[in-house]
Design a protein around this ligand. Structure first.
Ligand SMILES: Nc1ncnc2c1ncn2[C@@H]1O[C@H](COP(=O)(O)OP(=O)(O)OP(=O)(O)O)[C@@H](O)[C@H]1O
Ligand SMILES: [Mg+2]
Length: 363
């Protein structure tokens, strides 16, 4: 019997074989790279809730940038950020950069101790100078340098240093780009940091839901990569249940695929797959999200549960028995956390599919 390997990737940070949507976001950045320094797409900040596809999008942008001849340096924000970036630049650009004079004797005398210390010259340079020296060499071949930073957070001094140094590169019209991603609340915190005010003028893109036609096309193509097929009805059911949420595209696709080993995925397979996916969604995403919420946050969300679609903020305040401005504080907090979103003026809805049903069950 033919065994079909499951092509779906319901794992965080795992690049799916077919990326649903996001084509324009990728093209905009690439066009920015092809353009001259000064193109605003060269400083882009992506934001979106857990599972919206930030890490995967950054990985794709880095590899596309490499394919048009750029050197990419990718890392998540951490105390070691600057070191990691330098290491990546030097590894990826090994063919452009001169052989490192590691451990070469510089003849520095350490007086009073009577011996000569080994110091490699570049160890004494600041991070900025080191990168600038590399940029000078890249300029000879017209090679650009793109920094790709995931999980940004104002808590890391190293990230603040990177951004302010980067600002100097931009002002000097160096051939560079800085593409970053983070959760909405982290991005807002970073915006408020004084020393990176230039970020407020960067392009900010929100990773909202993927359109239904794009979801359908991605699921269909992913299944067909393996030589299997999916019935039109099954494709519709699976696609709709994702509500355009990238993680669910993978999770539902994965479970529907696993339901049988026949050539065609049927509606029954899709339905059973959706049930399996709901369970995983709960323990992989929803539990973690709930854990971050205060009891007042939850009270706000609970006040939304009786509405079928979006909720009116005035109704929510009334149900909570508080003033509109008091409820408004929680609305803003939850929106920053990426849990709810304003669907239109005075109306909010849950961002993550299945969250509402999950909270109803918990009540
Ligand atoms: N455009 C896309 N099309 C289809 N699947 C996607 C897409 N983007 C991401 N995925 C899938 O969604 C899941 C989450 O992606 P990713 O890890 O990039 O999310 P994230 O936004 O970085 O989440 P977190 O905030 O937790 O780091 C992965 O299983 C990935 O394969
Ligand atoms: Mg991520």
């Amino acid at each position: 019997m033919m065994i079909y390997k499951n092509p779906f990737t319901p794992m965080f940070g795992n690049e799916p074989p077919i990326l649903a949507g996001r084509g324009k976001m990728i093209d905009d950045v690439l066009n920015g790279l092809r353009n001259a320094p000064g193109d605003p797409n060269r400083v882009t900040l992506f934001t979106g809730p857990r599972g919206s596809g930030k890490t995967v999008l950054l990985a794709r942008i880095a590899s596309e940038a490499e394919s048009i001849g750029w050197i990419s340096a990718s890392a998540s924000a951490s105390p070691r950020l600057l070191d990691e970036l330098i290491e990546q630049i030097e590894r990826r650009a090994a063919n452009l950069l001169p052989k490192k004079s590691v451990g070469k004797l510089t003849g520095l005398q350490v007086y009073g101790t009577g011996f000569t210390r080994e110091i490699s010259p570049e160890r004494e340079l600041t991070w900025r100078t080191r990168v600038e020296n590399h940029l000078d060499i890249f300029d000879e071949t017209g090679t650009g340098l793109i920094f790709v930073i995931d999980e940004i957070s104002a808590e890391h001094a190293s990230l603040i240093e990177l951004i302010s140094t980067f600002q100097a590169f931009i002002m000097a019209k160096r051939n560079v780009a800085l593409i970053m991603a983070g959760l909405p609340n982290k991005v807002m915190q970073l915006y408020q940091h004084d020393s990176v005010s230039f970020l407020r003028r960067a392009f900010r893109r929100n990773l909202g839901p993927v359109s239904m036609p794009d979801v359908r096309a991605a699921i269909k193509k992913t299944v067909e990569l393996t030589g299997r097929e999916i019935e039109a009805r099954a494709l519709s059911a699976a696609s709709e249940k994702t509500e355009g949420f990238p993680f669910l595209i993978q999770l539902i696709g994965y479970h529907a695929f696993n339901r049988s080993n026949r050539k065609t995925i049927t509606l029954a397979d899709a339905k059973a797959g959706i049930r399996d996916a709901e369970e995983d969604m709960q323990n992989m995403i929803l539990d973690a999200t709930m854990f971050e919420l205060s009891s007042k946050d939850r009270e706000y969300l609970n006040a939304m549960l009786e509405d079928e679609g979006a909720s009116r903020t005035a109704d929510i305040a009334a149900r909570m028995g508080v003033s509109a401005s008091y409820a408004g504080q929680y609305k803003r907090r939850l929106a920053k956390l990426g849990v709810i979103t304003e669907t239109r003026r005075g109306e909010v809805d849950f961002v993550m599919p299945m969250m509402k049903r999950y909270m109803r069950k918990q009540q």
